[in-house]
Design a binder for this molecule. Sequence first.
Ligand SMILES: [Zn+2]
Ligand SMILES: [Zn+2]
Length: 535
Amino acid sequence: MRIWLGNTEELLNTSEVDCTPFFLLKEVITADSIPVSVLSLSMPAKSLHKMLLAVGKGSGSFELWNCDISGRKFDKIGSFDAHYHAVTDLAWAFDGCSLYSCSQDNFVRCWILRGSSLHEVPFPSNTPRLRSSTDVPDIFISCMGLAVSPGNLVLVMVRNLDLELLDSMYQKKAQKAVVEFFWIGGQQQDLLSKASPLVDVVEFPAFPEKELAYWESNILWSLKQYEHLDKPLVLWDIIAALLAFKQTTSKFVEHVLLKWLLSSYIGYNVDLSAEKILPLVSIRLSKINSRKLHLLNIICRRVMLSELKADQVNSEVQNLEVSHGAEGEQVTMWTELLRCSERELRERLVGFGFSAFLSLKSHSTITASQPGYWYPVGLAQLEHWVALNHERVQDQLKVLSSEVGRHEKRLEYSEHEVAEECSYCSASVPFESPEVGFCRGAESDSGTGQSHRLPRCAVSMQVCPTTPLWFCICCNRWGSRLAPETLFSMSEYPLDFKSSTESSVLEVPSKPLCPFCGLLLQRRQPDFLLSASPV
Ligand SMILES: [Zn+2]
Ligand SMILES: [Zn+2]
């Protein structure tokens, strides 16, 4: 087995056939009688240039290698007799701390690597929700492959059925293999198992305290991974796990999420109570990077406010005072946090719109039509929004807004449409909310005209055309424009929008992302054509 090092830049640019941008780094395993069946590698984020390599063999054993890419050092950690038959798949998890192996012998095993020693640990025996009964008979003969979910909380296995034992009339034709989903969020990560006992979670008899503690530390670890911008926001396993726990012990979910807010959003110790922590996060939002705001919004909507429909959340986020009764106290607090966080992102977006327009005006070399550059649309709507929220928005936005307003009077900006029309009845649509517009209807003709409800673009706040381009699966907003790439990588609310847009020209994003959730937007299509939901 050989490891090759590739030069990606050369690979992308070269068009010549005889030019090979790869060179041999190391021949790890020389050919012998036992064939290599599978390999899996992991590049742990905690150590640069380090690579963990697992090589499965036809004999049922696998080898582990510790590779230092920059120093070209390859150390064999060891060879392990793991299975009776050929190893069919290997998967690293938890940043190279755990390894899962499966084999033709139908066994799936979990290993943890500490230093240079490997230990087998049992699979977590408890799952957060009782398994739904399926009509799949438990007659597997081998495991063909496995994969770990993006948040590392679920292990997916593909298993072969014993065709001899299947009912030949019906099952044999329909079933060849089965995909199994297995929770691994309760996976042990340390050998001493001295996981901190949970203080306030007591009433959960179905679950051993130790496994719950593993769940807690694994969920927190998993959420932390998504703070890195290069990890796409695909959170279905974290959300599914939290929702499953919420059904039986919502207290545990709140406990974990408050701990997460405390360590990632506040950074110093306060009492672990929602009344203390949520308002503290709210007032710190301008110092928090956009990615964390996106993560927060998704968790708010999909976990803490999951009983409410997205549209319902949106209308409550708009109206401040909504009472949920005594037991809805929690819902009110999390809605308030979501409202503040989305407003923070909205202000960043509006600020970009204004300052991009102003810098476009001052640099006549960059024209709005130049490809690759982001330019603002719907300035009139943005100004309207600032005017409507005059008491709440930061002063910088008001200054920018009035500056833009002065410019427009003298310069005809082509994309600037003040009055909006209903796409169904062509009545006028006044600006009342950034989310939705209601047309005036055919008032003048009959007096009781129908008013059309028109979604506004999440970015430009303009009324969307009848078939908007993009849809966010999480917040149910529509969009016909995309937000600039910079919005997603901002580290905090800028002190000066103008200098931040002038130093870095705003670029058109390479992927369509929701400005409020950071998730990949979807095209409007029938459900069966949509790709799997990221949340
Ligand atoms: Zn209308
Ligand atoms: Zn969204």
